[in-house]
Design a protein around this ligand. Structure first.
Ligand code: PHE
Length: 446
């Protein structure tokens, strides 16, 4: 049998996992959700969700992947012979596919904005022009689909090249560039006059805007952000080295991902306030407000290329991690050749995404709100549901000793043993109860 591929070192384990977490979630969702839900108050709730739910579920997924070295279905069936839990795998794959359907569309817009930035489309644009550009980029029939095609072609080439020669190699180059580009944007934004207000907005909590709906969206964001609840982290962990420290890696990934989100906030909000724009403009923050701001600042025409390139790199790597869940399943469980699996999966994603791209508001198929449905259904329901089943599975149906052994590298990492015992209790009781409460209240039962 062909030997299973894996990542080559602890550093790549960290970088590749981070490359799945960092994506449009940091650069697009995090800023606009923070902007519309009370700034720092939302961030605090988000951090709480990560601590009580995100970290435990991430540990469960790391455990499932590295223990079994298998794709999501293979992992679940290896750990338990209860057929019902295969649902974790199927639910997970359905969620990743649904996310990919709308994610590829937004990634397509981002790619098109890279080109527009390079060709100077945003030079001297006005408020109305920026809106017109966004509307025409998202609602014309073919261009969005063509951009989706370009995004998916790039993704396929990397996926076909393999886990080591594709995913690992590209990540090692792109992640550092992404971080540098982002920091440059932050520095520029922070040095604008009036930046202080934006910083205050990000770090001074306004709890008057917080209600249950805000908690639900913070919870959904924490799953989406950390690529949890659907097997992405399980799949990547199945490529981890035996000696990598799962705890350390989870902590590093979560902290770094949160820092990237905050950096994106720091690149955006000081500039938004400096120009007297609306921080709660919603999804258009990235595609309208940002170009408008960059058109007004000195050196903006170069910075905007940097900004959208960052977003393009991030969305490409996140998409790769979603699709790898499906590729790993088809190559391992269905014994399909990797190239063939990638081509089939990506073709299906292309067709559905191309249709989805026409269902945004103003699009020719806007009567059928597929885009919004995929987005809402995954973040608010399917991912937390996946997380709930995963926590119940690990807490109640998997051998506790296996969990403690894996998280402490068979006892070699002594400090992890106590931490794993505490996490186990949280996974068994706290995480499921919390998820159930949030769920019930989100559907109005309590
Ligand atoms: N975490 C990614 C982001 O923030 C999105 C993602 C979701 C990636 C699901 C993989 C799986 O953009």
């Amino acid at each position: 049998m062909k030997q299973r591929e894996g990542f080559s070192s602890g550093l790549t384990v960290f970088l590749v996992t981070l490359s799945s977490a960092v994506g449009l979630g940091n650069i697009w969702l995090f800023p606009y959700l923070t902007g519309s839900n009370g700034g720092a108050a939302f961030i605090l709730i988000y951090l709480l969700c990560i601590a009580i739910v995100g970290l435990p579920v991430m540990l469960c997924e790391f455990f499932m992947g590295r223990r079994t070295k298998k794709n999501i279905i293979g992992a679940v069936t290896t750990l338990s012979n209860k057929k019902a839990f295969k649902s974790i795998g199927y639910l997970g794959m359905a969620s990743t596919a649904m996310i990919a359907f709308f994610y590829a569309v937004v990634a397509g817009w981002v790619y098109s904005y890279v080109l527009k930035s390079i060709t100077g489309t945003f030079k001297g644009v006005t408020n109305t022009e920026v809106k017109e550009i966004f509307t025409s980029s998202t609602t014309s029939i073919f261009p969005p689909a063509i951009w989706v095609f370009i995004v998916l072609t790039v993704v396929s080439i990397i996926l076909i090249s393999g886990v080591k020669k594709g995913i690992e190699k590209v990540t090692k180059v792109l992640m550092p560039i992404l971080l540098i580009l982002l920091v440059i944007c932050v520095i520029k934004s922070l040095t604008l006059s009036g930046a202080k207000e934006g910083i205050e907005f990000l770090f001074k909590p306004d709890f008057s805007k917080v209600n249950m709906a805000v908690v639900v969206s913070a919870l959904g964001l924490s799953f989406f952000k950390l690529s949890l609840g659907m097997g992405t982290m399980t799949t990547y962990a199945s490529y981890y080295t035996k000696d990598s420290n799962l705890y350390g890696n989870a902590a590093k990934v979560i902290i770094s991902d949160t820092l990237v989100s905050l950096l994106a906030g720091l690149a955006i909000f000081p500039a938004v306030f400096s120009f007297g724009l609306d921080p709660s403009s919603g999804p258009s923050l990235l595609f309208e407000t940002i170009p408008l701001i960059f058109s007004k600042i000195p050196g903006g025409s170069i910075l905007i290329v940097a900004f959208f390139l960052t977003a393009a790199f991030a969305s490409t790597m996140a998409l790769i991690s979603m699709i790898e869940v499906l590729v790993a399943y088809f190559t391992e469980e269905k014994k399909m050749d990797r190239t063939k699996a990638v081509i089939i999966i990506v073709s299906v994603i292309f067709i559905v995404s191309a249709i989805t791209s026409m269902t945004v508001s103003g699009g020719i198929l806007s009567k059928y709100p597929l885009f919004d449905t995929f987005d809402k259904l995954t973040s608010s329901i399917l991912l937390p549901l996946g997380g709930l089943i995963i926590a119940i599975f690990i807490g109640w149906f998997v051998n506790k000793k296996d969990f403690l052994d894996e998280l402490s590298n068979e006892g070699a990492l002594k400090q992890n043993i106590t931490a794993a015992k505490i996490s186990y209790i949280i996974i068994k009781f706290v995480t499921p109860i919390l998820l159930i409460i949030v769920f019930l209240s989100s559907i109005g039962v309590i």
